[in-house]
Design a protein around this ligand. Structure first.
Ligand SMILES: [Zn+2]
Length: 255
């Protein structure tokens, strides 16, 4: 970056931070500055090619737009069929640049970046988090939990609860049955696979509350939709989704 570009970025950042207030200044720093990963060369390499997502995006599903649009614009898909959840946001694109990072967390048990993931989710989900009550991780079926050892969504929700006022609520939603892995399914099959697969264990804890569902990767949104329908039936006042990453282009879906 040239000196002139650097200066103009600094001025922009200072101006923007002033507009937004000091509380969000960490969202304007380069992502690596948040991470404390300098001592970990593997992590640093994994983060280098990540595309971080931010507005402009679809007001409903958070699909990134290439150009700025007037507030509240919806993508083509949400215009035709609004999702069951209110809003979804994701911190980074799930693509070639983030695949290794995500999969090492999802399947490899690598949790060194967890606090950085949470910080990035807080940045992307700032509008959702202003008045949210509960952070509810998308649950795994117990049999899958044994295989994976832990639920990544639970880890993310717990890490996020440490840096936001919303309450970590891992025990209100559960899977009623074991579903097939979504990896080889198309959008319609994914929706069929998870329809009715969730239930609320503690409806008293959900009624009238503003809930954010937490998950690692958003692909077609079928899992979020199914969870959101279940939570709204149980009386949730609002259900948003906040994910670490999302498929932002036609790309190979993660399993
Ligand atoms: Zn959309």
């Amino acid at each position: 970056m040239s000196k002139a570009q650097d200066d103009s970025l600094t001025q922009y950042t200072a101006r923007h931070a002033k507009q937004l207030g000091g509380a969000v200044i960490d969202t304007l720093l380069p992502p690596q500055a948040l991470l404390g990963l300098d001592a970990d060369p593997i992590a640093r390499r994994m983060w280098a090619d990540v595309t971080f997502l931010d507005a402009p995006w679809c007001e409903a599903c958070g699909f990134p737009f290439e150009y700025a649009v007037q507030g509240g614009a919806l993508c083509a898909r949400c215009s035709v069929k609004p999702p069951s959840y209110d809003r979804a946001r994701a911190a980074m694109a799930y693509d070639e640049g983030s695949r290794a990072l995500i999969l090492s967390f999802k399947h490899g048990g690598r949790t060194v970046g967890l606090s950085s993931f949470a910080a990035q989710m807080r940045r992307a989900g700032r509008d959702l988090l202003t008045d949210a009550d509960l952070l509810v991780p998308v649950p795994l079926h117990p049999s899958r939990l044994i295989k994976r050892r832990y639920n990544q969504a639970t880890l993310l929700a717990r890490a996020l609860a440490k840096i936001t006022p919303a309450q970590f609520a891992p025990d209100v939603l559960f899977r009623t049955r074991r579903t097939e892995s979504q990896g080889r399914f198309n959008a319609r099959a994914r929706a069929d696979n998870v329809r009715g697969a969730f239930a609320v264990r503690r409806p008293d804890h959900i009624k009238g509350r503003k809930v954010i569902l937490i998950d690692d990767v958003l692909t077609t949104g079928a899992t979020l939709e199914s969870c959101a329908r279940t939570l709204k039936r149980a009386g949730a006042a609002r259900v948003d989704g906040l994910c670490l990453a999302r498929v932002a282009k036609a790309a190979a879906l993660p399993t």
